[in-house]
Every structure is written in structure tokens, then in C-alpha cells.
Design a binder for this molecule. Structure first.
Ligand SMILES: Cc1cc2nc3c(=O)[nH]c(=O)nc-3n(C[C@H](O)[C@H](O)[C@H](O)COP(=O)(O)O)c2cc1C
Length: 169
């Protein structure tokens, strides 16, 4: 017997895609150290879970080349990119061998690579790793944090935006 209930009706994947295209996010680079090698990937599936305690989650595809190192890690870094870091988002959305080669970065107190110029940076102590078919949700507690007074990069429907192009309502 299957443990997973079959939905009464399948929602058209094209409609689901359009739903997600209407949701606005920032862009983060999720990082870890793999031995002495920094690794990371662009992630917009980042979310605050609670302020007290300061829990956050990120969702990473298990096919990512960064994934095995993340799975072994006790901590991970989350770098919330600044509006002038579109090129950095582009690098971390690839599978380039050394995405950190052209960047200025340093390890945080728990070893996670933190990118210079990011709008905000946290190190997270990983609590739970929840497998969701093709992805794993990493849930953890913020143990280090800093931020700069710069605009964050905005992402919607496959495009990047600067908050300076947005109208406050
Ligand atoms: C704006 C943006 C957001 C992304 N968000 C995610 C995400 O939330 N989770 C994920 O696993 N991949 C996400 N990706 C895709 C990965 O960054 C991409 O597959 C990357 O090449 C993975 O690199 P790796 O295999 O070297 O780890 C995103 C890409 C972009 C451009």
C-alpha cells in the first residue's frame, strides 16, 4: 500500500509554474566547505521559519553538485545577494568548477564561506534535513549574522530586479 495519497485531480504543471512566477523573492548563495574547498549554489527557496528561535530553511535539489557537501555539513552559509551582485547570482547558478575564484570571500566563525558585498549573511547550524523527493529542506538555527545598508537583489519570473525600480505602496 502506498503511504502517499493520490490527489483527486492533478493540477496542470504549467499552471503551477505560472503560480510560482507570481511570487517575488530575493536571491541567496548557500555555501559550505568541502574539506578545504568552498562550494555553493544560487537558491531562492529561502525562508524565515521563526524569529525566536531564529530558524530558517533552504531547499536544495539533490542533483546539485554542492548537495553531498551540504549533507555532510553541520553548518551552512546563506548570503543574501545585493542588487549589484547579479553577476554573482549568475556564477552560482552554474556548475562551474571554482565559483569562488573571482570573488572576495572569507570563512565565517563556523567555517561557511561568506561573500563580501552581500546584503546580509548568516551562518546556520543545521537541525533537520527533510527529504522531499528531488529536494532536501535544510532547517536550522541562525548562529551568526551580519548585514549591510544596501539594496537586496530581487527575483521574479526568471528576471532580476533592483528595489530602486520598485514603487513603494
Ligand atoms: C534565481 C535562481 C534561484 C535558484 N534557486 C534554487 C533553489 O532554491 N534550490 C536549488 O536547488 N537550486 C536553485 N537554483 C538552481 C541552482 O543554482 C543551479 O542548478 C546550480 O547550477 C547548482 O549548482 P551546483 O550543481 O554546482 O550545486 C536557482 C537558480 C537561480 C538562477
Amino acid at each position: 500500500m502506498s503511504a502517499r495519497p493520490t490527489p483527486a485531480t492533478e493540477v496542470d504543471p504549467a499552471v503551477v509554474r505560472e503560480v510560482h512566477r507570481r511570487f517575488v523573492t530575493g536571491v541567496t548563495v548557500v555555501t559550505t566547505m568541502d574539506g578545504g574547498t568552498p562550494r555553493g549554489l544560487a537558491v531562492n527557496a529561502f525562508c524565515s521559519v521563526s524569529l525566536e528561535p531564529p530558524l530558517v530553511l533552504v531547499c536544495v535539489q539533490t542533483s546539485s553538485s554542492t548537495y553531498p557537501a551540504l549533507l555532510r555539513s553541520e553548518h551552512l552559509g546563506i548570503n543574501i545577494l545585493a542588487a549589484d551582485q547579479v553577476d554573482v547570482a549568475g556564477v552560482f547558478a552554474t556548475k562551474a568548477a571554482d565559483k569562488f575564484a573571482e570573488l572576495s570571500w572569507s570563512p565565517g566563525p563556523h567555517g561557511s564561506p561568506l561573500l563580501d558585498g552581500a546584503a546580509a549573511r548568516v551562518e546556520v547550524e543545521i537541525g533537520e534535513r527533510l527529504r522531499a523527493r528531488t529536494h532536501t529542506v535544510f532547517l536550522g538555527r541562525i548562529v551568526e549574522a551580519d548585514h549591510r545598508d544596501v539594496d537586496p537583489l530581487v527575483y521574479r519570473a526568471g528576471q532580476f530586479f533592483s528595489p530602486s525600480d520598485m514603487t513603494a505602496l
